[in-house]
Design a protein around this ligand. Sequence first.
Ligand code: NAD
Ligand code: DAU
Length: 353
Amino acid sequence: MILVTGGAGFIGSNFVLDWRAAHPGEAVLNLDALTYAGNRENLASLAGDAGHVFVHGDITDRALVDRLLAEHQPRAIVHFAAESHVDRSIHGPGAFVKTNIEGTYTLLEAARAHWSALGEAAKAAFRFLHVSTDEVYGSLGPQDAPFTETHPYEPNSPYSASKAASDHLVRAWHHTYGLPVLTTNCSNNYGPFHFPEKLIPLMIVNALAGKPLPVYGDGLQVRDWLYVKDHCSAIRAVLAGGRLGETYNVGGWNEKPNIEIVHTVCALLDELQPRADGQSYRSQITHVKDRPGHDRRYAIDARKVERELGWRPAETFETGIRKTVQWYLHNPQWVQRVQSGAYREWVQTQYAA
Ligand code: NAD
Ligand code: DAU
């Protein structure tokens, strides 16, 4: 069995579904606090699957984590649980420090105690895989080379600073205690179950609801996009073959300015579900106040994971974004239920001005 944290969130739930399909013989213990971003409905297709055990709990709860490790003896921990939204970190950084830093620390200490007591074979096989982000490297200029694994850490938001801190803890637990860790630093994901506070799902659901499409500042900030299932396959590859203590950057060589992403979403919706008045969804675009401290450009150099582990993404941006838009069109009830929760209050706080 493996222990997954944050497996009811966007990437975590995609990973759990992907793992159950790829490794039907190995169960998943899924520990998730079900914050606003956790949604058990993402895992509905696993109902009745004895290979998926869900535990509603917090990664900062050391006694709970100790008990789960002792009872279930997972051979690996794949750690997704985090506060993940940059805008929320600007409004309220405390939760990011608590979950991303203290939560990772708690897991590392529990993992260390558990791993130290294992027999030789189990000890050698054990892995702690920490899922992190390209945002820890800071912002690139237009001509800068993409981030490699040796790029200096220069986090600029409370979110990226908290993730950077967690990466440093993971690194230190390897160097000081020998804990067998792996870290992945991935670029922006998109795909099914993406919470509609993030750019791509927000644009899709707002467009369909006839609402404004809020583009921050000039919309020329650049992100490097990867279809979520390709991130999942990269994590599986690193877990299976990554070298202990190493970090692996994950990305699909898909740099795009935000405004181009929004235009692509509008064009797909114009094709797949045209507006009743015959106008393009582009007419809903509105430029709003920029995000404070907004990083201008991220780009990932993924050559290490490609070279060492033979990983390649299966989707291009064109195939992935079409699948994503289609998924949202086919799942209006998922969107509706997400929006009837705490999400609504957040939208009011963020876009009231
Ligand atoms: P998400 O916000 O969609 O999901 C986070 C999940 O963690 C939720 O299910 C939530 O309930 C759970 N969680 C939060 N606090 C918890 C706690 N204290 N204890 C237990 N569970 C808790 O996030 P995501 O976008 O799926 O990101 C997952 C991980 O991947 C994060 O570590 C994030 O930093 C990293 N990452 C995300 C992206 C991206 O584009 N979304 C890219 C690179 C890396
Ligand atoms: O790079 C990886 C990171 O990608 C992950 O570590 C984070 O968890 C994830 O949230 C994401 O961070 P971003 O800040 O890049 O994603 P977001 O979808 O919030 O924004 C993408 C870009 O779009 C960013 O430049 C801000 C802009 N944006 C976002 C929103 C929500 C808008 O212009 N308008 C919006 O309403």
